[in-house]
Design a protein around this ligand. Structure first.
Ligand SMILES: Nc1ncnc2c1ncn2[C@@H]1O[C@H](COP(=O)(O)OP(=O)(O)OP(=O)(O)O)[C@@H](O)[C@H]1O
Length: 346
């Protein structure tokens, strides 16, 4: 068996990652990360979000040893990364950064095949894997495989970067502001496609961003950092928006958190009023409230028919229904910072 196949890291299909008292003090004395304890479950898409300089990238790069810890440890699937040769570690952990760093004199296909080639895969296996991955990230292999990086758009280059990081079937993917340099429209599309890709592959991902919209759109869970690599809250996106743990998190998320919740909350049958007979449905149960709101805003009628999964009309939605749906979310996630409501006996 080739040496790499016995390597414990990367062998599990989807590895868990643990930070245990992880710390980094740089040579100039800067304490980038003081004492990080965090578990990322196998197959989870974990987002690190926080202001500039709070230690997100440093924490991420501890996992593939681009940053060496000064205290504590990081485990990938139970294995202390310091016990694994860094070169072999990095071949098994995908890494995507802003502006990707593709090799300019190699074709797209050769760029994607870099790590498989290093791992000694046959030329044919490398080639078919590269083409399969290009299709997976939404690039037509016949059209793009033989192009050079300068013949692609910025968004296409980022897709090649993601394909390259996935090429050797990594059990962990580390992504540091991967879509940061892409224009806003292309960026939304890449985010949606990456979400779909993750659902399909189930690779464990840590994704660094300073954009809270990106964080709540992508993350299974989101870790909010503040300076020094301190994690203020780790929660699923809806909990984070509806019930921020403290003022630091609340002010980082911003005043428009309710608006952000609209995009994360689906219409449920219980939110609806009985359907008017003959109403033609323009929404489906499960559509998100931001979609419902824009359909409602553009409709001359104050109510919109909603169909169930079977296509049958199940009720109608009006502005009150959107309000009820949001209240449903808030009451399921009590806000720890809310002012207590005075009762007659208190
Ligand atoms: N090589 C280095 N030497 C000294 N200090 C460093 C080094 N790399 C990072 N730092 C410092 O460590 C702190 C954390 O940096 P880090 O890049 O991890 O933050 P970040 O949250 O990823 O920021 P950003 O969102 O701006 O990329 C910052 O104060 C930064 O200046």
């Amino acid at each position: 068996m080739p040496a790499d196949e016995t390597d414990p890291i990367g062998h599990a299909p989807h590895a868990a990652i643990s930070f245990e008292g992880a710390a980094k003090r740089y040579a100039d004395g800067t304490v980038a990360v003081e004492d990080l304890d965090l578990e990322v479950s196998a197959g989870e898409l974990m987002v690190f979000v926080g202001p500039s300089g709070c230690g997100k990238s440093t924490s991420l790069r501890m996992v593939n040893r681009l940053v060496e810890l000064t205290a504590g440890r990081v485990l990938v699937d139970g294995e202390d990364v310091r016990h694994v040769d860094p070169v072999r570690l990095r071949r098994r952990i995908g890494y995507v950064i802003q502006n990707v760093g593709l090799f300019p004199h190699r074709t797209v296909e050769q760029n994607v095949g870099v790590v498989p080639a290093l791992l000694g895969w046959s030329r044919e296996r490398t080639r078919s894997r590269s083409r399969e991955l290009l299709e997976l990230v939404g690039l037509d292999a016949d059209l793009h495989a033989r192009r050079y990086p300068h013949e692609l758009s910025g968004g296409q280059r980022q897709r090649v970067g993601v394909a390259r990081a996935l090429a050797a079937e990594p059990s962990v993917l580390l992504m540091d502001e991967p879509f940061g340099a892409v224009d806003p429209v292309g960026r939304r599309r890449l985010q949606a496609e990456f979400r779909r890709l993750h659902a399909e592959l189930g690779t464990t991902v840590i994704f660094v961003t300073h954009d809270i919209d990106e964080a709540v759109l992508l993350g299974d869970r989101v870790a909010v950092f503040r300076q020094g690599g301190h994690v203020e809250q780790v929660a699923d996106p809806v909990t984070l928006l509806a019930a921020p743990a403290n003022e630091t998190v609340r002010s980082f998320i911003g005043a428009d958190r309710a608006v952000r919740l609209l995009a994360l909350t689906g219409i449920e049958a219980e939110d609806l009023s009985p359907a008017a007979p003959g109403a033609s449905p323009a929404l489906t149960v499960g559509d998100t409230l931001d979609v419902a709101l824009s359909v409602l805003a553009e409709s001359p009628a104050p109510t919109i028919g909603v169909r169930g999964d079977d296509g049958e009309l199940v009720g109608s939605l009006d502005a009150d229904a959107i309000y009820r749906a949001l209240r449903r979310v808030y009451s399921a996630h009590p806000d720890p910072l809310a002012e207590p409501v005075a009762t007659p006996n208190s």
